[in-house]
Design a protein around this ligand. Structure first.
Ligand SMILES: [Zn+2]
Ligand SMILES: [Zn+2]
Length: 283
């Protein structure tokens, strides 16, 4: 975008590449919402940000590879397997000339470095191709959840620590007066509002949230690190967000279950959208 041209709709949007949590779930009963795990393609001011590298990353990689050299920032919420499983199958990883900067903010007080996690994932006998055979120029950039990242001119990336086993980071990407917030994986405390999240999402246009369970299901999974669509709706209301996006669907929730959740959630917070693979939203 030149300084003279006004931002257009196509300058900032998110395309959902994987919306599932925990584990990929192929099958006819998941065909409408999709079975791939967490991955968002965010286009912002001519740049590509990839949020999480779940199995949804694979198809994105094939498209990027066909379009030419890849220069991207991959922002990880954390490194649980459903958020990184697509990484070894990301074709641009294996091509020279590509530049990948992988960011994470949950390991700052951990003795394991982000690079170590990546090495484990592609190490024999788990994966046949060694790191030396990876052609792309990769850098591992660690920060502390809560830091502000300035990766591109005019784009502000705010972060916040989330309540999740082994830690996780929520993101807010702001540009041209618009913003998208990506808040997964996190567990709420019943009857309380998470002020880290509330501060991050205040007034945002799009609020993507870990709504793995329904409130009725939640008691059986307390302490597992995930939240409910009801807790997300409460945050959306308190934060005055534009649209609330239900995300990180449990693999047990079929398309019919997700339709029911969409109906109920829209009754509570009208501007609710249930994420599905391929969905494009403009903030
Ligand atoms: Zn997850
Ligand atoms: Zn997790």
């Amino acid at each position: 975008m030149s300084a003279a041209s006004a931002p257009s709709r196509e300058d900032f949007f998110v395309r959902f590449r994987g919306v599932r949590g925990t584990v990929a779930c192929p099958g006819a009963e998941y065909s409408r919402y999709g079975g791939n795990t967490s991955c968002l393609e965010i286009r912002c001011a001519g740049h590509l940000f990839i949020l999480d590298a779940g199995t949804g990353l694979r198809a994105l990689g094939a498209e990027l590879d066909a379009a030419g050299p890849v220069d991207t920032d991959i922002l990880l919420t954390h490194t649980h397997i459903d958020h990184i499983a697509g990484m070894p199958f990301f074709i641009p990883l294996f091509k020279t000339g590509n530049r990948l900067r992988i960011h994470a903010g949950h390991l700052w007080d951990n003795e394991v470095r982000l690079r170590d996690v990546f090495l484990r994932l592609i190490e024999a006998p788990i994966f046949p191709v060694p790191l030396e055979a990876v052609g792309a120029d990769i850098s591992f950039e660690e920060f502390r959840a809560g830091d502000r990242l300035d990766l591109r001119p005019g784009v502000a990336i705010l972060t916040a620590p989330l309540n999740h086993p082994n830690g996780a980071t929520g993101y807010r990407i702001e540009w041209g007066g618009r913003s998208i917030c990506y808040v997964t994986d996190t567990e709420h405390v019943e009857g309380e509002i998470d002020t880290n999240i509330l501060d991050l999402i205040e007034g945002t246009d799009l609020f993507v949230y870990d709504a793995t369970y329904t409130a009725a299901e939640y008691p059986a999974f307390k302490g597992w690190g995930h939240s409910t669509w009801e807790a997300g709706a409460a945050l959306a209301r308190r934060g005055g967000v534009g649209r609330y996006v239900i995300f990180h669907h449990a693999p047990e929730h079929t398309d019919d279950d997700m339709d029911r959740i969409a109906d109920e959630a829209q009754g509570v917070f009208a501007s609710t959208v249930v994420a599905r693979e391929g969905l494009v939203l403009h903030p």
